[in-house]
Design a protein around this ligand. Structure first.
Ligand code: GRF
Length: 194
């Protein structure tokens, strides 16, 4: 378990692959007074995304590792995390599965946000599957990461109503909006002293 010691903020790395809206949101949150985290490093497997460019503009250290080109990208990532004395990893739309060895190195120190009400709809295409199954609700979950996909201990969830007119695009947008509220809330729940 990561503990907040005194007023020192937790050195955090955010992992991202896609648009990076959760990354941008976490960066904004980390600049607020109430944030227990400081984003020290951004790890990505994809260059020039909106999120990475945002981090660059704010001069937040960022590193891109191409999984296709590297034999052992996790080894390089671990080296970077150690170099930056990272204490917490927030996965935010990182589309690579971390190996159990990697997870062991950061046991209890990796969080993820997933766009469904876990344990329902682990993995990809959550919105389509929820709509196809005529669910009345979907939502998002912040959870610890363990070696089984989307199966670690749940920290917080938010329900989102699926309306008759929703398709996977509108549902994704509704849920993403809630993700941006939920991730900071979960971090505060875990690490704030007050
Ligand atoms: C989010 O829906 C997140 O829950 C999932 O991937 C998506 C990433 O979106 N793991 P973004 O890149 O943060 O905009």
């Amino acid at each position: 378990m990561v503990k907040l010691i005194g007023y020192k903020k937790i050195k955090t790395a955010v992992f991202t692959s896609g648009t990076g809206s959760n990354l941008i949101n976490l960066i904004k949150f980390s600049h607020s007074k109430k944030s227990p985290i400081k984003i020290q490093l951004v790890i990505s497997n994809n260059k020039n995304t909106k999120g990475i460019n945002y981090a660059k503009r704010l001069r937040i250290k960022n590193k891109t590792f191409y999984y296709e080109k590297n034999k052992n990208p996790e080894k390089l990532i671990l080296k970077e995390l150690k170099l930056n004395k990272i204490d917490l990893i927030c996965l935010a739309g990182f589309m690579k599965i971390l190996s159990s060895n990697f997870i062991k190195e950061f046991k209890g120190k990796i969080l993820n946000i997933h766009p469904s009400l876990l344990p329902k709809y682990k993995g990809l295409n959550t919105h389509n599957r929820a709509i196809r199954n005529n669910e009345n609700y979907s939502g998002c979950t912040v959870h610890y990461v363990n070696s089984r996909l989307d199966s670690g201990k749940i920290i917080l969830q938010k329900k989102v109503k699926i309306s008759k007119n929703d398709n996977h695009i509108t549902l994704k947008a509704k849920i993403l909006k809630q993700e941006h509220i939920l991730y900071p809330k979960a971090i505060i729940k875990l690490f704030s002293n007050s």
